[in-house]
Structure formats: C-alpha cells, structure tokens
Design a protein around this ligand. Structure first.
Ligand code: PGA
Ligand code: ZN
Length: 426
C-alpha cells in the first residue's frame, strides 16, 4: 500500500520546469513519474498548472502543482492499494473535481498516476509494460520518426510542424531504427549540401531553414533516395500539420508561402499533397473546430491515408467518441498529459481500438528522460509510437527502451509493421 508521495521541480528537454513524483510503498518499494509538456497544445487539453508569476522562472515554475501533490493528493492516497490503478486514478479525478484537471493540475495528477503505476510494477517485480498490459502487451510499435521540425517547435521557420517518416518496409522493430538512422543522417547531408544546415528543432529534427513549405518534401525525398530506399514503398512520409496553429477561425495561413485558404480550399490542398507525395499518415490537417473539413478529408483519403486527430481529440474519451460517431478521422494521437491519468489514457486507447481505429502513442515536444510511453505503447498493443526525431536523449531513451522491451519479451515479441494499416484501409 502507498505510504508516502513526494514531488519535486525538475527540468524538461527545453529547460523548462516540470514535475517529478516519487511514490514510496509500505514495503519500501518506490516508483517515479516525470511529466512531459507540449508547446503546440490543443485548447481542449487538461490544464497544465504553472505558477504564472513572471518574476519567477518566467512564470513557468510548477510549485503550485507540487504543493497540491504534497498537501492534498498524498494524504488522500495514503494507504490505498498501489496495484489498483483505476481506483487511484478515479480518486485523483474525484479529488480534482473539474472537467479538465484545472484545480490540481494535470501535471500533478499525471505525475502521481505514472509514479503509482511504476511502484506497482516494481512491487510485483515485473517490467512496466507487463504490469500495464496484464501480460497481454506484446506488439512492438511501428515508429513515426521526425526528420524535419517546424511550426511552434522551430520558431515558425516553416508552417508545417512535423515532417516524419514511417519505415513501411521494415521487417523488425530494429530495422525501423536502422532505416531511420540512414535517412536522418542523409537528410543532414542534404541540408548541408543546400547550405541549409542550421541546427536542430525542439524534437531533434533538422531545423528547416527553407523558403517554402514544399521544399521540405524535396529534401525528405532526396534523403530517402540518398539512403538507398524507395519512397512510397520502403518508406512513406507522415506529416503533422498542427493546423489549429494555422487557423484564425476563418482562414488557414501558410505564412512562409504568403498564402491563405478557406477551410474547403485548405482541404483541397491537403488532398493535393496526399496525391502528389507518398504520404501514408497525416495528423491534425485541420483545426480542432473545423469538423466539416475533417469529415470530407477522411471520406476522400481515409482508405489510403491514416488521418490522426491530436488537438482534435486531446486523448479525451468524449471527444474521441464524437469523432468515431461522425467519422472525423481514423486514428487518435495518445498523449498522457492531455488527459492527466494513466487509466484514462488507456481507456482512450481501448476505445480507439474497439472502433477499428489506430492509436498512436506520442511524446510531447517538451520531454524528459522517462520512457513510460515506450511501455505504454507495448502494453496496449497500440502498434505505433511517435517520439520526435532520432537525436537527443529524451527522444532516444524511448526508442532504446523499446529495444530493451523487445529483448525482455523474447519469443513473445510481435512486429507487424505496415500491415497494421490494413485495419483502417480494409
Ligand atoms: P506538442 O507537439 O507536444 O508541442 O503539442 C507534438 C504534437 O503536436 O504532436
Ligand atoms: Zn500533433
């Protein structure tokens, strides 16, 4: 049972304050949880509680969230069975009492929830993925890996947020990483050759010093060729448009190109890109309020392109349910801190899978050295993992953790690669 819970301010991959929680059980076993943080956050996400005093840590300190853990959550959870994560998370939701965790902070509730899950796995002496998945999680994910960063993660050097690759031809999890290695470094060479090599964006992808939103496609396709792969066969392009950031309520703006579009024109453009380039997956092509475009786009390309809702769904069961009822997409991005407990996150994954849609377990642009999501992806047989790029330890720790999980699973490990998409493409 839970003896004590403590919390501390640590720093994320952008050097911003975040929450670390440590749970100690009566038998001395401990577990920790480190909370990530987004930059292009959706308006329907659970609230990340920051102190907001501009004179202290630029307003970004999390001492209130920590005080809520120490003062309210810890006493309320003391003595509870750590292995009943549903009851713990239910208690957190009840204690907070708001729709969006705005009283205690989703960074407070999530840190506690993650730490309890870890402590429970440690108490049972099993890896986290075994504990969370009750021994049923055996599917290694097909990775979605960023090659070029943009949008809010690269000071709007280009408008599109993520240019990613999916190693469609990979036969094993390890091979997805080898293919990514080859393409990531080839892309670096291509950038250098074009005199456009200026560093890395927030998630470790190359910083896109480009003159348009289409130049990244050229660079990406050149890198794939240079690495010896065939685009559209061995490797496909995946995009995160993060379009809520481009929409002013009436029009979508691509500032780098000096263009703007009505929702239906922007929908035409997204369809055109899907025809012109070997795109297998596209995330947030429209704003989280532009349901008409989502519906039309999914109708037109959803049988050959994975259409992922991130800001659209914010890992929120009611929003996902609405999306399923109205066929707004065919895939859901899953982020723990968008909803604020592990149990609710797992329920969101389950609902997605039950509808015949695909979940993509995802990191945030502000990350930590915690590899929790690698375990979550395998535990739930989610099948896909998105962590940013192929550089920087807060990213690599997740890719590497899946390698360790693969070794730990041994013969039980499964990898189906791009066959996964048959679920949604039929
Ligand atoms: P964020 O970006 O963590 O800054 O929200 C990731 C994403 O949009 O998928
Ligand atoms: Zn996104």
């Amino acid at each position: 049972n839970i003896q004590s819970i403590d919390a501390f301010q640590i720093y994320d991959s952008r050097g911003f304050p975040t929450v670390e929680v440590e749970v100690t059980l009566e038998n001395g076993v401990t577990g920790s949880g480190l909370v990530p943080s987004g930059a292009s956050t959706g308006q329907f996400e659970a609230l990340e509680l920051r102190d907001g005093d501009k004179s202290v840590f630029r307003g970004k300190s999390v001492f209130k969230a920590i005080a809520n853990i120490r003062g309210e959550i810890a006493p309320a959870l003391q003595g509870m069975a750590v292995t009943d994560l549903k009851a713990i998370d239910g208690k957190l939701v009840e204690l907070d009492g708001t729709e969006n965790k705005s009283r205690l902070g989703a960074n407070a509730t999530l840190g506690v929830s993650m730490a309890c899950a870890r402590a429970a796995a440690n108490a049972r002496g099993v890896p986290l993925y075994e504990y969370l998945g009750k021994g049923q999680g055996t599917l290694l994910p097909l990775n979605e890996i960023q090659i070029l960063g943009g949008g809010a993660h690269a000071d709007w050097a280009i408008d599109i947020q993520d240019f990613l690759i999916i190693a469609m031809g990979a036969k094993t999890y390890e091979e997805t990483l080898e293919m990514t290695f080859n393409i990531y470094h080839a892309a670096g060479e291509v950038m250098k050759g074009r005199g456009k090599s200026v560093g890395l964006a927030d998630e470790g992808g190359w910083w896109p010093a480009f003159d348009s939103n289409e130049e990244p496609f050229e660079v990406l396709l050149e890198a794939v060729r240079l690495a010896g792969y065939e685009a559209g066969k061995d490797v496909a392009i995946s995009l995160d448009i993060a379009a809520s950031d481009l929409y002013d309520g009436e029009r979508y703006h691509l500032k780098k190109d000096g263009t703007s579009f009505t929702p239906s024109e922007f929908c035409d453009l997204m369809i055109e890109w899907c025809e012109k380039y070997p795109i297998i997956s596209i995330e947030d092509p429209f704003a989280d309020t532009d349901f008409d475009s989502w519906k039309r786009f999914t109708e037109e390309v959803g049988k050959r392109v994975q259409v992922i809702g991130d800001d659209l769904f914010t890992t929120n069961i009611a929003r996902i349910e609405n999306g399923i009822d109205n066929q707004l997409a065919n895939s859901v991005l899953i982020k723990l801190n968008q909803i604020g407990t592990v149990s609710e996150t797992m329920a969101a994954i389950e609902m997605t899978q039950k509808a015949g849609w695909l979940p993509v377990v995802s990191a945030r642009s502000g990350e930590t050295e915690d590899a929790f999501i690698a375990h979550l992806a395998v535990a739930t047989n989610a099948g896909q993992l998105k962590v940013g790029s192929f550089a920087r330890s807060e990213r690599m720790v997740k890719w590497n953790e899946v390698l360790r999980i693969e070794r730990s699973l041994g013969k039980r490990a499964r990898f189906v690669g791009a066959e996964l998409y048959q679920t949604i493409f039929g």
